[in-house]
Design a protein around this ligand. Sequence first.
Ligand SMILES: [Zn+2]
Length: 288
Amino acid sequence: MPLVSSTAMLNEARRNGYAVVAFNVHTLEMLQAVAEAAEETESPLIIQTTVGTVKHLGPEYVAAAATVAADRSRVPIALHLDHCTDFSLIVRCIRAGYTSVMIDASMHPFEENVRQTAKVTEIAHAAGVNVEAELGKVGGVEDDIVVAEHEALLADPDECALFLERTGVDTLAPAIGTAHGIYKGEPRIDFERIAKIAERVPVPLVLHGGSGIPEEQVKRCVSLGMAKMNVATELRILFSDAIKRVFAEHPEENDPRKYMVPAKQALKQAAAAKMRLTGAAGRARDFR
Ligand SMILES: [Zn+2]
């Protein structure tokens, strides 16, 4: 099927108590790996790219590759732009074929976050594109956005409801204690806060910083209303480690296919496991 907006699939996930996994990809092989994992586990899928990757590859290349993956697939696939602060890049990605975008103005005061998000919502909705926004601050490092962990501010449930009303976003990423990158200890997730936000906010909630959250905690987040889980760092490490293993054994290797194939295979397996964990596996059948 063609690339679809993520709105319908995420609403369906929230209604049915599972989460669609959104994987950050950086190469064609990574994109193929998550698409194949979705196909084999019959899971709806969100392929996403950071601003850094969009600048590295070009949104047109990414959209073309994702379109081919979607066209060949029986599962619904959306293409999402992760954490973008730049309005013109959002427009460029929509024009290239992205079906979902995140405007991240969470570093600004509430009113400014509302203003920027509402502006994106207006143009994205005109193009049938899903909009995600963030409230509060997710800790850690995301491309060049750095938030000191102690500064990480959690989202306020009342503000979340007001934000939704004033911006019309389709999906909301409230900061609830997760962080980008790899956790040093266990993440301190504020489950009570998720429940309170979910009570006030009917749209799908997004769990950022999905790498390395213990499985039981992922399940609890999903059961409370997190309908999209972002996974980036964990898979990037896995992919790179598989390549390093090839070179450790065969330092003379110079055929990219020889080291990309095992990396792709490792990524595909891990992606499938994430889809099973969040309950997305098998759910693509609902869309036929
Ligand atoms: Zn994030």
